[in-house]
Design a protein around this ligand. Sequence first.
Ligand code: DGL
Length: 269
Amino acid sequence: MSPDQQAAPVGIFDSGVGGLSVMREVRRLLPAEDLIYVADSQHVPYGNKSAEFILGRSRRLTEFLREKGCKAIVIACNTATVAAAATLRAECPGLPIIGMEPAVKPAVAASKRGIVGVLATVGTLQSAQFAALLDKFAASVRVVTQPAPGLVECVEAGALTSPATRQLVERFVQPLIDAGVDVIVLGCTHYPFLRPLIQEITGPEITLIDTGAAVARQLANRLQETSLPHEPSHRGWEKFHTTGPLAATRSALAVLWPGPAEVLPASCV
Ligand code: DGL
């Protein structure tokens, strides 16, 4: 692999700022990698949109990141992975594309009661891939699914602890508590930002699981396999783009990203 390709950035995208919960794990694990994030804020949320629409957006965002020279793409969005990962991989041979799915397998392993809750978008929960995931890993347990419309918007607004957000979280989490779950999968990349609030509502006896760290490990493995990791002494930088209004993404990043974050427009609206 040429030094130029190794020095190329990794591209990460999501419907909005939720994928930053994955990017922070990537940054922790891979400090030498340069990272370009694009938030499709003009079209957030994806959870209630058609698979065709999300595939179209995912193509545009991938094209944008490839134009920036990215050597690998992370789809930091469960909903877009379901709608687009297989097609993008077929359309971009040779480009490592890392997707994600709700952490059903580790949740089943962690559940002592055999009752697992999954919080995710309607798009994810209604997909054939999610049904296949349950068939494969969750045959031995009871799975209680809970769509959570509105939570993505709370995170987009940086409202992680407001009374309105708490009310919504209570509304979605209480049925899972009532069903007796002892593990809840956070099956949307926006939800890890609400983890403290969710945990406060569930109490400490319910375990919350998300996939950000696992996705970062998978990216690291793919970069190793393809001889693409950046030279280790390099100090990686981050760039942030949005298809939506800059001011809104800037205020969200001020809450969600622990460091300086310049936000630039993305030319793929
Ligand atoms: N953060 C995304 C996910 O992981 C999408 C949320 C949305 O835009 O509805 O599913």
